[in-house]
Design a protein around this ligand. Sequence first.
Ligand code: 5AD
Ligand code: FES
Length: 365
Amino acid sequence: MKNIDEILAKSEFSKSDIVQLLQVEGDDEKKLFKKSHQIKIDNVGNEVYFRGLVELSNICKKDCLYCGIRKSNTGINRYNIPDDKILEAAKFAYENNYGSIVLQAGERDDKDFVNRITYLLRSIKEISKGELGITISLGEQTRETYRRWFEAGAHRYLLRIESSNPDLYYKIHTNNDLHSHSKRLECLKILKGEGYQVGTGVMIGLPFQSFEDLANDILFMKDFDIDMVGMGPYIEHSDTPLFQYKDSLKSLDYRFRLALRMIAILRIVMKDINIASATALQAIDPLGREKALKIGANVIMPNITPTSNRSDYLLYQNKPCTDEGAEDCTNCMEARINLADGVIGYGKWGDSKHFKKRNKNKGKD
Ligand code: 5AD
Ligand code: FES
């Protein structure tokens, strides 16, 4: 075991350094957070960017063993928000100066769906006079689809690798045509090639997951030279197969703190990327997302999904803000971000500084 000051003073962490940092407690943890906070301020400042999140449908062809909206969960009400309601939400984001939105949905790749998303992207660009930035998070698709959506106006894509370790990946997904680790990796590469700002992420505190796995996840993000990251604690859902391992899990509180340490370490390793403060943090601690902003995250995704459907998009249980309207969310966000010493980058795209460097200043503040 090395001294924590010695590790934090290094310009590059080894895998064993990261494994050690993942386990710091007490004063050592405070030192880690102090350092990651400073690196955040020095490199991306204290501005927090909004991405209004629309969870447009929970219809999903995938069957991830941890996810509450997996195809085999027949106990939930499946919804598909009509186009006009989605555009209304986009208009709300535009008029309230959110700067950007995220369209997220269960995974589908049929023609109707691909066409519909293309239409929605064009329409959102139109109603916002090209001003609203658009991130999409719609799973694995063909190169042609990614290209069409990019041309229609999306410029950032989130696709979590879930775990960089294929063995762990296949413990939380059935190994079949629907769930392939190599295909997911391939998709991330295609997205990069097509010009997107690419985001990925992992779940933290999964059954079977070791500190070494998490350290490798951080090194994977660095090697892949990712622009954005969204990662949060794994939260068990009782109607999923992975629930059977609940007794082997660390406590929710531990998973929460581990997720904060992951964010802090990643901020030190990748100084200028965008890091989202995941909603799952708030499901464990009411001030979870604010705590993440303080120690390294700089993006927050207020939910602007029409309220009537919010309680059906339960990837995990105890999901926060499922009964609040979008206006309530904005007010609540502002107060929360002030608490975390942040200022909201109203009306800004807040593109990843890392992406801008990688692409000779493409992207927009
Ligand atoms: N706990 C935490 N995160 C989850 N996700 C899905 N199910 C859960 C869960 N039970 C995350 C996955 C997915 C994202 C949309 O939500 O990482 O990529
Ligand atoms: Fe894969 Fe929901 S079914 S994350």
